[in-house]
Design a protein around this ligand. Structure first.
Ligand code: ADP
Ligand code: GLC
Length: 477
């Protein structure tokens, strides 16, 4: 049995802004089911939601600050959660990274450096918890300084750093290192310095014993300039210590047969019942209630990564086709504004909900016929997997985890029963539009459509296989 300290800045259902939270909620649970001793550690944000008991564990003094450690449990498993409690940094409105206006907290470098320091104290068993992990598994830049600080220790646990998104690197002005009390030997271009900035992610990429990312294709892509954002050379240099392990999904939370957030349960064997979810969506958004009109869904952060601009650019063309589109998302104000304007122009075909809404997300997965995910890049992506499980065929661009999890509907893949969605190559509105047309043609042939839905719903996206791969990696370190 391995003792694993899983370090993350968000975990569903306590606090979530994106897929990292889903992974942090479900991978530790899967590892625990494989008999491992996993503990989660994250900052004690104001927005954390839990109805489990919160217990004071201990106080630690780090960098002249008095920090408390609290303990709670994940709601649906035995996994223990440690919360790093320092109200001055974490007890604020807004989300883990941004204030209520959507701007990064100005002291993010301090906030996450302190978090990393505390993680190291726990990892080195200096917090008086009488528990030392064999593996410290860090995720994304917020935990990047952990492997860097650990590199200065002797007899330390092994470290794994998982990249969920190279586009977010935790870059701060060089001046910020003064307040952080960074050991001098980490501050050089072979260390945490990146073009005279402090780079949190480099801490993970340079000092972790092993780097993973969340799909095999993305592991290759980030070694190229387009996806590496200046760190492709470093990643190529470390390629023997870099691997891609595809994310799984929480098949209890995302299960059309039991999902409490949808109108009507269904399975591959009772697919016609799916339409009740569709009519509920149509009713709720005052779209024509008609099962014959293909309903397209989209859920996601409204940022360039997700190719939302590709959709906006071809929206007038899309709206001239016999289809409906329900969109849920939040993000860049410019995209939010443009979508809202378009929703006013096409009220009977387009429904836009701005904001974050967990239960609507489930209903969209259940009620749509097609799910749009034309990402410019996508380290893994979860919604295309949720969609397949719900018999909602995804249209995706061939990148990262989308390329690894969706099989394009072509004559041969339809014949050999592997087709599960629609894949296109070029990040352009015209390619997207062509693929929508392709999906519409197939939708008109309901017999074939149902076959592809059935292929998609039978695919195994559970965590088991990937959790075993992580376990093999831990054992090899
Ligand atoms: P990313 O982590 O890049 O945002 P993923 O596909 O990995 O993309 O995960 C996104 C997760 O966040 C999914 O669980 C998705 O359903 C959820 N999500 C994103 N935006 C919203 C929203 N506006 N409302 C509800 N859930 C959302
Ligand atoms: C990131 C990526 C997304 C991935 C998620 C979980 O936010 O953008 O593709 O699915 O992390 O690993």
């Amino acid at each position: 049995m391995k003792k694993i300290l899983f370090v993350t800045s968000e975990v569903h259902p306590l606090i979530k802004t994106g897929g990292l939270a889903d992974v942090s909620g479900s991978l530790p649970k899967a590892l625990a089911e494989l008999g491992q001793d996993v503990r989660l550690i994250l900052p004690n944000y104001q927005a954390i939601k839990t109805d489990k008991d919160l217990r004071f564990l201990c106080s630690l003094r780090v960098d002249n600050r008095e920090v408390n450690l609290l303990e709670t449990q994940m709601p649906d498993s035995q996994v223990i959660v440690w919360l790093v409690d320092f109200p001055e940094f974490y007890n604020r409105p807004g989300n883990p990274y941004l204030n209520e206006l959507g701007e990064p907290w100005p002291d993010n470098a301090d906030r996450f450096a302190l978090f990393c320091r505390i993680v190291v104290e726990v990892a080195m068993d200096r917090a008086g918890l009488d528990w030392q992990p064999d593996i410290v598994h860090c995720n994304d830049w917020q935990s990047g300084l952990v492997p860097a600080f650990l590199s200065l220790e002797t007899t330390k646990p092994a470290s794994v750093f998982t990249i969920h998104n190279m586009a977010y690197q935790g870059l701060f002005p060089a001046e910020s290192i003064q307040g952080l009390n960074l050991p001098g030997q980490l501050w050089n271009p072979e260390g945490l310095e990146f073009h005279n900035m402090l780079s949190f992610i480099k801490g993970g990429l340079i000092y972790a014993d092993h780097i993973t990312t969340v799909s095999p294709t993305y592991a290759l892509e980030i070694q190229t300039p387009t996806f590496g954002y200046g760190l492709e050379g470093l990643l190529e240099h470390r390629k023997d210590y870099l691997s891609g392990i595809i994310n799984g999904i929480d098949t209890d939370l995302w299960n059309p047969e039991t999902d409490p957030l949808i109108t009507q349960h269904y399975s591959a064997a009772s697919l016609p019942k799916k339409q009740y979810n569709k009519s509920e969506l149509q009713r709720r958004f005052s779209l024509q209630v008609n099962d014959h009109i293909p309903l397209f869904g989209l859920i996601g952060r409204l940022v360039e990564q997700k190719g939302i601009d590709l959709i906006i650019d071809c929206l007038p063309d899309l709206m001239s086709m016999p289809l409906q589109l329900v969109l849920l998302g939040a993000g860049d104000k410019i995209f939010e504004q443009r979508l809202q304007n378009l929703a006013h122009i096409y009220p009977d075909k387009l429904a836009v909900t701005l904001g974050y809404d967990e239960s609507l997300a489930h209903l969209i997965e259940a009620g749509s016929d097609v799910f749009l995910m034309p990402s410019r890049f996508e380290p893994c992506g979860l919604n295309q997997m949720y969609s397949q499980r719900y018999g909602t065929l995804p249209i995706v661009r061939k990148t990262g985890g989308l390329a690894d999890t969706v099989v394009d509907a072509l004559p041969e893949t339809i014949a050999n029963k592997t087709a599960t969605g629609f894949v296109f190559n070029e990040a352009s509105s015209s390619s997207l539009l062509e693929t929508v047309k392709r999906a519409m043609i197939l939708y008109a042939d309901q017999k074939s459509w149902v076959k592809i839905q059935t292929n998609a719903m039978h695919k195994d996206f559970s965590w088991r296989h990937s959790a075993e791969q992580y376990l093999m990696l831990y054992r090899s370190l």
